[in-house]
Design a binder for this molecule. Structure first.
Ligand code: NAP
Length: 248
């Protein structure tokens, strides 16, 4: 029987690849996006072609009301939630801390931290056995930046991902007896638009070459790890923050 999965930021990059792999694993999927309706619809079409149900939903992860409305729409259109992938994330601009403006710092924290916390709240309210749910899975997409600190690039982003790891560990313990597993994947550098959109189009090639494997990663390599965490056979992995980073 298919199960409902909500993936934030699934119109492109890592989130889109998770959506495609999850559809092949018999999940019905809500593809959340911020702006790119056309790309979200393209991912939804591929999912429907694979035989799963898909809906798209525009919601800014920095806005609580939009997050709540999105979960209500998923309840109506796809039915009881089984899983949440917190993938939407932004780096903000590349800069040192002494060049950082408040608006950038605030936006990164609002999307990456508060948004993640609010989606987890809504998911727990639906999936926890304490609330009458049937349990489920949460996977947060963090970053190895949380461990490296990203000096000279975006300490603000690294800090936001450190918070994602902390909330993964805390929530995992909080709901461990309520049928929900909560884990995080910490990607290393991955080939997506995120670098160009933040102002460094060559970053993947340049930084990737300096990595232990001599290359960066690809979205499917991150999605593979997410699928492992989503698997029902994976009953004892909880509160884990797992680097998928080619050895970084
Ligand atoms: P990406 O290619 O830039 O795609 C970002 C996705 O998130 C898009 O679907 C975008 O929607 C959506 N999004 C952005 N801001 C949003 C908001 N405020 N509300 C809702 N959706 C929003 O990013 P990516 O590289 O796949 O990254 C995905 C996750 O992996 C992020 O959390 C990122 O921090 C993490 N990560 C990435 C790398 C890397 O090297 N790529 C490394 C480590 C961790 P639109 O298409 O509508 O804009």
């Amino acid at each position: 029987m298919s199960r409902t999965l909500l993936i934030t930021g699934a119109s492109r990059g890592i989130g889109a690849e998770i959506a495609l792999q999850a559809a092949r694993a018999d999940f019905d999927i809500c593809i959340n996006y911020a702006n790119n309706q056309e790309q979200a619809e393209a991912v939804a079409s591929q999912i429907r072609n694979a035989g799963a149900r898909a809906m798209i939903y525009q919601a800014d992860m920095a806005k609580e009301a939009e997050i709540v409305a999105m979960f209500e729409a998923v309840d109506k259109e796809l039915g009881p939630l089984h899983g949440l992938i917190n993938n939407a994330g932004i780096t903000g601009k590349f800069c040192r801390v002494d060049e950082l403006d408040h608006a950038t710092a605030q936006r990164v924290m609002d999307v990456n931290i508060v948004g993640c916390m609010m989606t987890m709240r809504e998911a727990v309210k639906r999936m926890s056995t304490t609330h009458g749910g049937k349990g489920g899975v949460i996977v947060n997409i963090s970053s190895v930046a949380a461990r490296l600190g990203s000096p000279g690039e975006y300490v603000h982003y690294a800090a936001s991902k450190g918070a994602v790891d902390a909330m993964t560990i805390g929530l995992a313990k909080e709901v461990a007896k309520e049928g929900i597993r909560v884990n995080a994947i910490l990607p290393g550098i991955v080939d997506t638009d995120i670098h160009a959109n933040s102002g460094k189009p060559n970053r993947f090639a340049e930084r990737g070459a300096l990595m232990p494997m001599g290359r960066g990663g690809h979205p499917e390599e991150i999605a593979n790890a997410v699928m492992w965490l989503l698997d029902d056979k994976n009953t004892f992995t909880n509160g884990a923050c797992i680097p998928v980073s080619g050895g970084v």
